[in-house]
Design a protein around this ligand. Structure first.
Ligand SMILES: [Zn+2]
Length: 236
């Protein structure tokens, strides 16, 4: 609450600048400047069915749609943006990016039938250390732009697993299988939910969560997946 208040007061006093190039923002621009908006590495995965991201789920768990917003490439300024909210406390960037993503998703049919947004949960210990769950802020941003409600209580991360970054695919899968629980499947049964996370690298976290939800709902749930970024290795 206090953090939000400080951020609001700061934005009243300080002239907003583009978090990517640092240029002063015009009133007509959103949270990034027009130039950075136009040159963003959009994946456009939300415009195509059976895309490379959806294919990661094939044979593991049925899903409706999957898409990431931006390609996550080494040295990219957009990658730095995601690091700012993930590791440097700038949670409000996650919400702004969620809104930006949603403005693109709303144009096509990707969100058709989606009734509930479910962010990937953090373990309570990591949440305390970071002070927030960045995926919840992304979910908030998408929710505010679309009117689709969020659900933060249906799923839980029960195991405090080590960070995923830098681990190999097989190890990642061993590391995260069965780390989620679904204490309230009745909130998801019969609904079409959108799982939201920051980055899709191997996809292991989202595969594990989707599998757990599908099991807990006895298959009576529709699942779509949206992340702010995906590793460009996905299409190599
Ligand atoms: Zn810019």
């Amino acid at each position: 609450m206090l953090r939000k208040l400080i951020h609001s007061l700061r934005s009243l006093i300080v002239t907003p600048t583009c978090p990517i190039c640092g240029r002063r923002l015009q009133h007509s621009e959103g949270f990034i400047c027009l130039e950075c908006n136009l040159s963003a590495p959009y994946t456009l995965l939300w415009q195509s069915r059976e895309n490379a991201m959806e294919q990661r789920f094939w044979g593991v768990v049925p899903i409706e749609r999957a898409a990431a917003f931006l390609w996550f490439t080494e040295g990219s300024r957009y990658r730095a943006l995601i690091h700012q909210f993930k590791y440097h406390g700038q949670w409000y960037l996650a919400e702004n990016m969620g809104r930006w993503f949603a403005s693109e998703l709303k144009v096509g049919d990707f969100l058709e039938g989606v009734e509930l947004i479910v962010p990937v949960p953090l373990h309570w210990r990591r949440r305390i250390m970071r002070g927030y769950n960045q995926s919840e802020h992304i979910a908030h941003g998408i929710s505010r732009a679309t009117g689709i409600p969020c659900c933060f209580s249906a799923v839980k991360r029960t195991v405090h697993n080590p960070p995923q970054a830098g681990m190999k695919y097989i190890n990642r899968w061993d590391n995260i299988n069965n780390i989620f629980s679904v204490p309230h499947p009745e909130r998801l049964i019969g609904r079409h939910i959108l799982l939201v996370d920051d980055v899709f690298t191997s996809g292991a976290t989202l595969l594990a969560l989707a599998t757990q939800i599908h099991r807990a709902c006895n298959g009576n749930v529709k699942i779509s997946v949206a992340t702010l970024a995906a590793s460009s290795h996905l299409v190599l």
